[in-house]
Design a protein around this ligand. Structure first.
Ligand SMILES: Nc1ccn([C@@H]2O[C@H](COP(=O)(O)O)[C@@H](O)[C@H]2O)c(=O)n1
Ligand SMILES: C[C@@]1(CO)OP(=O)(O)OP(=O)(O)OC[C@H]1O
Length: 162
């Protein structure tokens, strides 16, 4: 029987002035951006962690240490690409992916289709199997105070070949 595996991912990054805002591989005009060693794309980090979890391969901190200068300011699209390549080498394909971004502002709805297409291209799937949701936290907590953003992702992988 072909094996199926699920994985979850969760990530948080602070928001500061003077950084560009990248979410889901898309640059979004905003007065603050996410802080991290990489471009701090919190949504792609949660997705990459979910895939690594499904593969039993730890997390992105293990694969791309924030002490390594190679990953300084790197695009998280490149990190997700490396994770996708690992999944492919292990014979796994994406069944479907669901994720949610927690952000008080900006509204990301106008960018969701571009994010889905970007992620789908990296993962070699149809955008129909990539679902992206967003929620404010009704001005509650660190997200509501716009101190940071969080993201969660769940993926299902299936073994496509051996
Ligand atoms: N940063 C965000 C947060 C939410 N949305 C969309 O707005 C709608 C309402 O969200 P609530 O959390 O206030 O219930 C919902 O459709 C979200 O997708 C958004 O685009 N960007
Ligand atoms: C991606 C990495 C590597 O550049 O750095 P950050 O952008 O700080 O992101 P984090 O979510 O802390 O995950 C792992 C890191 O090693």
């Amino acid at each position: 029987m072909n094996s199926i595996r699920i994985g979850i991912g969760y990530d948080v990054h602070p928001l500061i002035e003077g950084r560009k805002l990248y979410i889901g591989g898309v640059e979004i005009p905003h007065e603050t951006g996410l802080l991290g060693h990489s471009d701090a794309d919190v949504l792609l980090h949660a997705i990459a962690d979910a895939i690594l979890g499904a593969l039993g391969e730890g997390d992105i901190g293990k694969h791309f240490p924030d002490t390594d200068e190679r990953y300084k300011d790197i695009s998280s699209v490149a990190l997700l690409q490396e994770v996708a390549d690992l999944a492919q080498r292990k014979g796994y394909s994406l069944g479907n992916l669901d994720c949610v971004l927690l952000a008080q502002r900006p509204k990301i709805a106008p960018y969701i289709l571009q994010m889905r297409e970007t992620i789908a291209a990296v993962l070699h799937v149809d955008a129909a199997v990539v679902n992206i949701k967003a929620t404010t936290t009704e001005k509650l907590g660190f997200v509501g105070r716009e101190e940071g953003m969080a993201a969660e992702a769940v993926v299902l992988l299936y073994q496509s070949m051996l």
